[in-house]
Structure formats: structure tokens, C-alpha cells
Ligand binder design. Structure first.
Ligand code: SAM
Length: 252
């Protein structure tokens, strides 16, 4: 009897958990839809279709500064910007530079785009696209600098092609960067830090600066130690070292 009662209780508990999980999913999807709709009305959000990018390159290619920012300031990208916290913080810190946060997940960068509009920050925009197509959205030598903050390390060998730093991505970044343009990688992933240093040394790119624990070892620029995203704060609470590399991609 006791045995059957415990099965019944387990079944009830499972039903309850399934119900709360599906409720959470429903609320999550509703929020996402709301954010997608709002993104369409935001003046600082750009969402080209794959077709817009691939068939004839994007309209704004080579024209971002003139059309979007109306100046000729240095143009900086943050790739995989998530909620856009880093892009917004950099834009506030460097009003004389223009920033574009790029991510495929529009419901995430909705946060950064909304903050930028609410706080009247004119030098940051958000672009929803696959980073694999980056050279369809930006012209040769259009970009002064690239930031990649806390990318998914994609540790499994089969996932190498999705790592935002790999041989193929470096070739794409080189195409759009100015000759002296640098890439900045900030990560909590020891794997990503080590893999990147190995790749850079192996291919003969120039490592300008590397630090394997930016809050313990002095020398990192203020924009590395002075800006923390939501995720970075969590990593810091877990006492994870945060690493940083600044490098230049050599000519092909
Ligand atoms: C781990 S999150 C980091 C977000 C943010 N940089 C931060 O520090 O909080 C990685 C982000 O990169 C985006 N991403 C990864 N690969 C991408 C790709 N190939 N194209 C566009 N976005 C990508 C994901 O959608 C995700 O938002």
C-alpha cells in the first residue's frame, strides 16, 4: 500500500514539475516575441535577412559611419554581444568611437538596445546576424577594432568551426579590419585562452598583450578590468580567473 502511495506522489510531483516548466517556457516565449516586436521599432537595431547579406551584400556595407553614426569616428565591433552590456559600457566610456554589438539572438541584445535608447547613447547600435557572414555586412578596412567577450568556448573538437576564434573566423576578421586593427578576447575559459594563444603563435599572428588573470596581475587596460557583464560577475563570485588577449592578425 505504502509503495503505491509513493508512486502516486511521484507521479503527482512529476506532473506538477512538467506543468511549471511548460508555464515557464510559455512566459519565456511570450517575452521573446515582445522583444522581437520592440526590436523592430528600435532605431538602433539592424536586422538584415540572410538573403539581404548574401545575395548582394548588405546596403550598409562600407557605409555604417556615414549612414548610421553620421561621423567618421573609429568603428568597433563586439561579436557575440549577448545582452550588449559590454558594447553599451564601451560606448559610454569612449563617446568618440562608434560601437556595433552583433549577435544572432535578438531577444538578448534587446536589453542593450533599449538601455542605449533610454539613456540617449548615440554611438552604439546592434546588428542581428550570423558572424559567419561578417564580411557581407562590413567592407574591407571598415573596422578599427573587434571585441569578443566571454564567447562559448565550444570545447568539443566537432564544434571547432563554431568557436568565434578559429582559422576561418580570423580570415574573415582580417578582411574587414584596418591594417593596424586589433582583436580583443576576454574570457573566463582557460581552454579558450590557451587555444587562442596556441593558434596565434602557430599561425604567426602578433600577440600584443596577454594576461591570464586580469584582476590579479596588473597591466590590463581599464576597459578590461573596469567593465563587468552579468555573467562575468557570476564567474568572479566563483573565483574564476578572467583572461585577456589583444592581438593583430597578420596579412595572408
Ligand atoms: C556566452 S554568450 C556571451 C555573451 C556576452 N558577450 C557576455 O559576455 O555576456 C555568447 C553569445 O554569442 C552569440 N553567438 C555565438 N556564436 C554566434 C554566431 N556564429 N553568430 C552570431 N552570434 C553568435 C550567442 O548567441 C551568445 O549570445
Amino acid at each position: 500500500m505504502c509503495f503505491f502511495n509513493s508512486i502516486k506522489t511521484n507521479i503527482k510531483l512529476k506532473c506538477f514539475l512538467n506543468f511549471t516548466e511548460s508555464l515557464k517556457n510559455k512566459v519565456g516565449s511570450k517575452n521573446k516575441l515582445k522583444r522581437f516586436k520592440e526590436n523592430e521599432t528600435f532605431t538602433n537595431v539592424y536586422q538584415p535577412s540572410r538573403q539581404d547579406l548574401v545575395e548582394a551584400d548588405y546596403d550598409l556595407k562600407g557605409d555604417w559611419n556615414a549612414s548610421v553614426f553620421k561621423n567618421s569616428n573609429p568603428l568597433v565591433l563586439e561579436l557575440g554581444c549577448g545582452k550588449g552590456e559590454y558594447s553599451v559600457a564601451l560606448a559610454k566610456k569612449f563617446p568618440e568611437r562608434n560601437f556595433i554589438g552583433i549577435d544572432i539572438k535578438g531577444a538578448r541584445f534587446w536589453r542593450g538596445a533599449k538601455t542605449a535608447l533610454e539613456e540617449n547613447i548615440p554611438n552604439v547600435a546592434f546588428l542581428r546576424m550570423q558572424i559567419e557572414l561578417i564580411d557581407h555586412a562590413f567592407a574591407k578596412n571598415e573596422i578599427d577594432e573587434i571585441w569578443i567577450t566571454f564567447p562559448d568556448p565550444q570545447i568539443k573538437y566537432k564544434r571547432t568551426k563554431h568557436r568565434l576564434i578559429n582559422q576561418e573566423f580570423l580570415k574573415r576578421y582580417k578582411k574587414i579590419l584596418k591594417p593596424n586593427g586589433c582583436v580583443n578576447l576576454k574570457t573566463d575559459s582557460e581552454f579558450m585562452h590557451g587555444y587562442t594563444l596556441g593558434l596565434l603563435h602557430g599561425e604567426g599572428h602578433e600577440v600584443i598583450y596577454a594576461n591570464h588573470d586580469v584582476y590579479k596581475n596588473e597591466g590590463s587596460p581599464e576597459e578590461v578590468t573596469g567593465i563587468q557583464t552579468f555573467y562575468e560577475e557570476q564567474y568572479l563570485e566563483q573565483n574564476k580567473p578572467i583572461t585577456y588577449i589583444r592581438f593583430k592578425i597578420k596579412d595572408n
